[in-house]
Design a binder for this molecule. Structure first.
Ligand code: FES
Length: 72
């Protein structure tokens, strides 16, 4: 889905930027040019970034078991 029509930036590009370390709308503006023209996409771009970051911060399936201390 295209999030930013002016700069033709998709949600996938925003998700990739989040995976690469983008943490704010300002990061997306610098990296992708999102919301740097008309600005109408700013809220949507922020939501996509927030969603991508929240998914990225969850441990992979099974990771919790690996992080528990081993009691002997
Ligand atoms: S739609 Fe993103 S700057 Fe216009």
């Amino acid at each position: 889905m295209i999030v930013c029509v002016c700069r033709r930036v998709s949600d996938q590009q925003i998700r990739q930027a989040a995976a690469d370390g983008a943490v704010s709308l300002e990061c997306l503006q610098f990296e992708l040019g999102v919301a740097t023209q008309c600005g109408r996409c700013a809220d949507c771009a922020s939501r996509v970034l927030c969603e991508a970051r929240s998914h990225a911060s969850q441990p992979p399936h099974g990771a919790v078991a690996m992080l528990q201390p081993q009691l002997a």
